[in-house]
Design a protein around this ligand. Structure first.
Ligand code: PMV
Length: 326
């Protein structure tokens, strides 16, 4: 029987970072992390189960090599005895530019593939499945504010994301300041692995970041934006300390990124409740109140190539499913 399912997922931005794996094949993290799922940006993925041969298309182009292999390996995890499948995925935002495209890509793929494979997985199990495609994808299964608990089980069964607050429960904005929408030179897996293996700062990151993740989750529960922003910036700086002291160094930050950071800190000095973060790319994401977002975007706009004002978004969902033949 040929079946198709289309799922939609939104990318998420780490407020407290995932940076380093304790188990590489299973994508088990060294530390817990906290994120917000973004509305506005999304990935839509269709998996057709039971076709003549495997095929992967991403944003209208046939994917080959390591990108297609990664998708095929993920489908093998969903069902080791699977038939050939076709995967078609489209994202409406720049991929591989530190805007967390792999998070929405593997969350949408996990939801669509599990459904066509006939697996009845609850959100926790879907999160653990999505994690195996891309670590951060486990957080995009849920909407709003999310805590990925690192877990302790060697098989990764307890390393999954749990929701803290749904999207509508805290009216914040994420202003994405796009310094460069092009693909990054060093992928996040390589960047975090090099940091883990070679940076003398890595143990300090692990120790502090675990504490910051618990603290940030508490700040979300109590809607303490200043506390959350403080945890977010500390986690970002600790992650960057491991990158910049890796051998050879991993550097994503550009002069324009730092100009945005300066501007955000200037706005905070004027009394705005906002803070910045970056991931594996030069783009800066600013967390702020809904009422201050236009002012933040207006100040940052002239410094960068584009700004997007985003709201917290919802969970990954099935959009449609069809039985095509059989
Ligand atoms: O999920 P990955 O393998 O693309 O790693 C994401 C790493 C960061 O975006 C830098 C941090 C995070 O927690 O999302």
């Amino acid at each position: 029987m040929t079946r198709a399912c289309t799922a939609i997922a939104h990318p998420n931005i780490a407020l407290v970072k995932y940076w380093g794996k304790r188990d590489r094949p299973l994508n088990l993290p060294s530390t817990s992390s906290v994120s917000v799922t973004l509305g506005g940006f999304r990935t839509r993925t269709t998996v057709t189960w039971g076709v003549a041969q495997d095929g992967v298309r991403i944003d209208g182009r046939t994917a080959t090599g390591p990108v297609a292999d990664r998708v095929r390996r993920f489908l093998d995890r969903v069902d080791p005895k699977r038939p050939p499948c076709r995967v078609e995925s489209e994202s409406d935002f720049p991929v591989a530019a530190g805007l967390a495209s792999s998070s929405s890509a593997f969350a949408a793929l996990a939801v669509a593939a599990a459904r066509v494979a006939g697996l009845d997985l609850d959100p926790g199990a879907l999160s653990a499945l999505a994690r195996q495609g891309s670590g951060s994808a486990c957080r995009s299964i849920h909407g709003g504010f999310v805590h990925w608990q690192r877990g302790a089980a060697p098989d990764g069964s307890d390393s999954r994301a749990v929701p803290i607050l749904p999207a509508g429960a805290w009216d914040l904005r994420i202003v994405a300041a796009v310094v460069d929408a092009g693909p990054k030179a060093i992928g996040s897996t390589e960047g975090m692995e090099r940091s883990r293996l070679t940076s003398p700062c890595y143990p300090a990151f692990v120790r502090e970041n675990e504490r910051l993740a618990s603290w940030a989750a508490r700040c979300v529960e109590t809607r303490d934006l200043l506390g959350l922003v403080d945890a977010m910036e500390r986690s970002t700086l600790l992650m960057q300390a491991t990158m910049t002291t890796a051998v050879p160094p991993v550097r994503y930050v550009r002069p324009d990124s730092l100009a945005v950071v300066d501007a955000v800190e200037g706005l905070r000095a004027q009394g705005l409740t906002c803070g910045w973060t970056m991931d594996a790319g030069p783009n800066v994401k600013v967390l702020c109140t809904a009422s201050e977002a236009d002012r933040v975007a207006g100040i940052l706009g002239p410094l960068v190539s584009a700004v997007h004002v985003l709201t917290p978004g919802g969970p990954a969902v099935v959009e449609s499913e069809t039985a095509l033949s059989g």
